[in-house]
Design a protein around this ligand. Structure first.
Ligand code: PFF
Length: 449
């Protein structure tokens, strides 16, 4: 156990964990959720959720992973032998395959758009033509699959190489690259005429907009965005070294993840307002509206290519962390090589993402519980498996796991000062499970707010 691979540097830990957190959830979902839920008021609630619920649950996940130094299933078996708490890990592995299914579809689309932008395929189109070509492409049987498979191949290439030579190396390059591209974009966006309207929308809260629905949506967004509740962070923490400061890492990830989401807002809202576009649109905002906006900018080709590369990079650093959940499990539990484990996991993902992709075209009328396959995977993972996992993790660490283990992990075997420990345990024991139970029930439609 002691010679388990670890991330080799502090940068590696942060780059990989921030890379997992920062993804389509920040650049696509956050602006759209903010747009639909009152702008700055949503942002304010989101910040509270990230720091009072998200960060404590993240520290809980880190403590499980690092103390057990094992995959998300085995970690519970080591810490609580003879119990069934490992169900949390198993749920996480299923959730990762579901999320990889629908997430890879969107990631595949971003690669197509990089290609389109590079070959000037986005130039000179009207808004209606953008809509038409997006619908035509996403409902096609084969073309999206080519990009999805290419995207999964990139995942295979990175994850099969292992933690140090694969995930850490790729994250060290891709995560900083993402920040650089994003900052270039924000600077471009805030100098557009009329940009201040967009900034006002994002930063001037109107407290009358805060209602229980806004709170619940903000919490859901915080969970998805921080990659919580499904073993990803447990698995990554199993590769942290003994002197990684868990609470500092969690706070850093929370701050950087939120910064990227806010920067994505700074990129999108001024641009949308400047061109008179409704910021509350869903997937269209990225795939239909933004290329349309870029066309009106000098150097449109450059901006389009850069934006879709940004999205692909963000998606890739998240999906490698999702793959690692299943790969670590298969590799450690069944004693197969990492390469073989990655091949098996990718094979599952090929099936789930193919079905998700076809559900925009030939399988669009095939429904599971009234949802298309894509929406079913999204719904089951985001609204059921993830919040349920998060709640169980908080209950497990708050009420079941020996507090000494948690204390030892958070204080690095009593070598760090942890004056906040009581507050942390209070958040894990009470605030997080109750808050998550509310998201969970509302996600299931048990009550409507
Ligand atoms: N946090 C990622 C995003 O915001 O796009 C999505 C994600 C990655 C969710 C990894 C869950 C996960 F385990």
């Amino acid at each position: 156990m002691s010679n388990r691979t670890t991330f080799t540097t502090k940068l590696g830990v942060i780059a990989a964990t921030v890379g997992s957190a920062v993804g389509l959830g920040n650049i696509w979902r956050f602006p759209y959720e903010t747009g639909q839920n009152g702008g700055a008021a949503f942002l304010l609630v989101y910040l509270i959720c990230v720091f009072f619920i998200g960060v404590p649950v993240m520290i809980a996940e880190f403590s499980i992973g690092r103390s057990a130094k094992a995959n998300a299933n085995k970690a519970y078996k080591i810490l609580s032998p003879g119990t069934h708490w490992n169900i949390i890990g198993i749920m996480g592995i299923f959730a990762s395959i579901f999320i990889l299914g629908f997430y890879s579809v969107i990631a595949g689309w971003t690669l197509e758009y990089v290609f389109q932008a590079l070959t000037n395929g986005l130039a000179g189109k009207s808004a209606a033509e953008f809509q038409e070509s997006f619908t035509g492409f996403s409902s096609d049987t084969f073309r999206p699959l080519i990009w999805i498979f290419l995207f999964l191949a990139l995942n295979y290439f990175i994850v099969s190489r292992g933690i140090k030579d694969g995930i850490e190396k790729a994250s060290n390059i891709l995560t900083p690259l993402l920040f650089v591209i994003l900052i270039v974009f924000c600077i471009r966006s805030i100098f557009l005429p009329g940009a201040s309207e967009g900034l006002k929308f994002l930063f001037h809260p109107d407290f009358s907009k805060i209602d229980s629905n806004v709170i619940l949506r903000a919490m859901g967004q915080a969970f998805f965005s921080l990659s919580l509740g499904m073993g990803t962070l447990t698995t990554y923490a199993s590769y942290f070294s003994d002197n990684t400061n868990l609470s500092k890492t969690a706070v850093t990830v929370g701050i950087l993840d939120t910064t990227v989401a806010v920067l994505a807002g700074v990129l999108i809202f001024p641009a949308a307002f400047s061109f008179g576009i409704d910021p509350s649109q869903g997937p269209e905002l990225v795939f239909i509206t933004l290329p349309n906006i870029f066309q009106h900018l000098p150097g449109s080709l450059f901006w389009s290519v850069l934006f879709f590369i940004l999205l692909s990079v963000a998606a890739l650093t998240s999906t490698i962390s999702l793959c690692e959940v299943g790969v670590a499990y298969l590799h450690e539990e069944f004693g197969i090589t990492r390469k073989k484990a990655t091949r098996i996991l990718i094979a599952f993902c090929i099936v789930s993402s193919t079905l998700c992709s076809l559900s925009f075209g030939v399988l669009k009328d095939f429904k599971l519980f009234g949802l298309t396959i894509f929406n079913f995977c999204d719904f089951t993972a985001s609204n059921i498996l993830l919040p349920l996992g998060g709640m169980l993790i908080a209950i497990y660490v708050g009420w079941v796991l020996n507090k000494k283990i948690v204390f030892n992990e958070v204080s690095n075997r009593q070598s760090l000062k942890v004056g906040f420990f009581k507050l942390l345990i209070f958040c894990i024991q009470y605030i997080a499970p109750i808050a998550i139970a509310l998201i969970f029930l509302s996600g299931l439609g048990v009550f409507n707010v």
